[in-house]
Design a protein around this ligand. Structure first.
Ligand code: NAG
Ligand code: NAG
Ligand code: NAG
Ligand code: CU
Length: 172
């Protein structure tokens, strides 16, 4: 049971990364409103370029502004300090490029009331390098006794090593 749960967790954590993008719902089930700590929420996750933020709220009760760092600090975003703006109540905000993003609600008093957070978006990590084409290791020693034990471990790492060794012999 526990092992299965851990495997599922690992898979759930790895799968969105493999597909290149994760959707994060701001405030989780609370959504975007007065009350939750969005500082705490934003620190629960590591954001990567290509991820998306989802803001859920009642339209006209709140809005979403991506603003400059200065406007974020003062909570008084002037129109020319707006990077992007949304007000649909279900806003999908793409974090396309690495860098720092600053979000506030610009309904009077809400930013000062806690509806603000920033995220540092990391560049996606490069894919792992391809495995080497052939192992430079010498041939394994021949089995000493019975032929039944000739290939004692065909699965796993040694089976792979033997297979690649044979492949390198054939291709050279
Ligand atoms: C975020 O990254 C830090 C540093 O790489 C790591 O220690 C932490 O576990 C990560 N958190 C999550 C939720 O992946
Ligand atoms: C925020 O609201 C104020 C007052 O309503 C307005 O002057 C300002 O332009 C708004 N800022 C943004 C970024 O929408
Ligand atoms: C925004 O406009 C004000 C004046 O309205 C100006 O002083 C300020 O430099 C401008 N800020 C930016 C980031 O352009
Ligand atoms: Cu608000």
């Amino acid at each position: 049971m526990a092992a299965t749960a851990i495997l599922l967790l690992l898979f759930a954590a790895a799968a969105p990364r493999l597909s290149g993008a994760t959707e994060y719902t701001v405030g989780d089930s609370d959504g975007w409103t007065i009350g939750p700590s969005y500082l705490a929420w934003s620190q629960k996750y590591n954001f990567t370029a290509g991820d998306t933020l989802v803001f859920n709220y009642v339209p006209r009760q709140h809005d979403v502004r991506e603003v400059t760092q200065d406007a974020y600090r003062t909570c008084e975003p002037a129109a020319n300090q707006t990077v992007r703006a949304w007000a649909s109540g279900r806003d999908l905000v793409d974090l396309a490029a690495p860098g720092d993003y600053y979000f506030v609600c610009n309904v009077t008093g809400h930013c000062l009331g806690g509806m603000k957070f920033s995220v540092a978006v990391a560049a996606p990590s490069p894919p792992p390098p391809p495995p080497p084409r052939a192992f430079p290791t010498p041939a394994p020693p021949p089995p000493s006794s019975s032929s039944a034990g000739a290939w004692p471990d065909v699965g796993g790492v040694s089976g792979l090593a033997i297979g690649m060794w044979i492949a390198s012999l054939l291709s050279s």
